[in-house]
Structure formats: C-alpha cells, structure tokens
Design a protein around this ligand. Structure first.
Ligand code: SF4
Ligand code: SF4
Length: 143
C-alpha cells in the first residue's frame, strides 16, 4: 500500500506553518533558515505558507497525484504533528480540512487496509518444508 500522503500534499498547501525561530538552523535547530521568514519577534514561517493561497516552498507536489517534502528529515515540528486521518485509528480534522479544500475525499479507515493483492501474496508466500518432512508427508499419504 502506498502511503496516502505520497499522493496528496494538501496540508502543505493549506496551512500557515509557523514555528519557534529556535527550530531553524540559524539558531541551532535543523529547519533550513533560508526557507523561512520571520513571523513576529520569536517565530518563523515556512516561506510560501503565509500567502493568500498557501504553498510551502519545500513542497514538491502535484496535489492529489504525487507529493514529497523536499526537507522531510528536517521539517518543522508542526509538520510532524499533523496526522493523516485514520493512520492511527482516528480522524484528523487538519487532514480532512486540507484535503476537502483541495477537492480530495477525506481518508477513511479503508484507505489503510492492506490491498487484496498483498494479502494473497502473503497467503501463498509460505516457506517450502524441508525435504525430509515432504517425504514423510508423501509416505503417510501412500500408507
Ligand atoms: S492532508 Fe492528510 S493525507 Fe494529505 S499530506 Fe496532509 S496528512 Fe497526508
Ligand atoms: S516543510 Fe515539508 S511537510 Fe512541512 S509544509 Fe513544507 S513541504 Fe509540507
């Protein structure tokens, strides 16, 4: 199953992503400072997310088709906090609102169910019995 966020990206093009300025690498954190701008005395925002039509500068996406965060390992804490709906057994209002705003259906529990093809592969992918066991099985069938 492909993770639904990899074909979405809606939340990265819907919300203002603000963080304490200490999260940026200019202040000892990890978020690239060059991709942020000041937001008040103690905060920074991801560039592009404070626009009338927000879209994070770090987002590499065609919303609803494919999506990746180009700074995923060092993304800000608010991005880490957003949960995809039903990934952990509950709806996520942030996820639902962003997807709806981009005309995408909200996720359901069914989106996290393993596909039937994966189940079938797991069902048939059992190890071969050792030759001795196989021979014993044949012998008992012939007895
Ligand atoms: S809106 Fe939801 S599904 Fe889409 S990228 Fe964000 S968390 Fe993932
Ligand atoms: S930093 Fe990455 S996860 Fe956060 S809003 Fe930008 S693209 Fe999305």
């Amino acid at each position: 199953m492909r993770h639904p966020c990899m074909t979405c990206g809606a939340c990265c093009a819907h919300y203002r992503v603000s963080m304490h300025w200490m999260e940026t690498d200019a202040a000892g954190g990890v978020v690239p400072h060059a991709l942020t701008e000041a937001f008040g005395p103690h905060q920074a925002v991801m560039r592009g997310t404070w626009e009338a039509q927000p879209r994070c500068i770090a987002l590499d996406a065609d919303i609803g088709r494919h999506s990746r965060c180009s700074i995923h390992p060092v993304r800000p804490q608010p991005c880490r906090d957003v949960q995809a709906s039903w990934e952990h057994g509950a709806a996520s209002p942030q996820c639902d609102k962003a997807r709806s705003a981009h005309g995408l259906p909200v996720l359901t529990a069914a989106d996290w169910a393993p596909s039937i093809s994966v189940v079938l592969v797991e069902a048939v992918d059992v190890p071969e019995p050792p030759p001795a066991v196989a021979q014993m099985a044949v012998a008992s069938l012939q007895a």
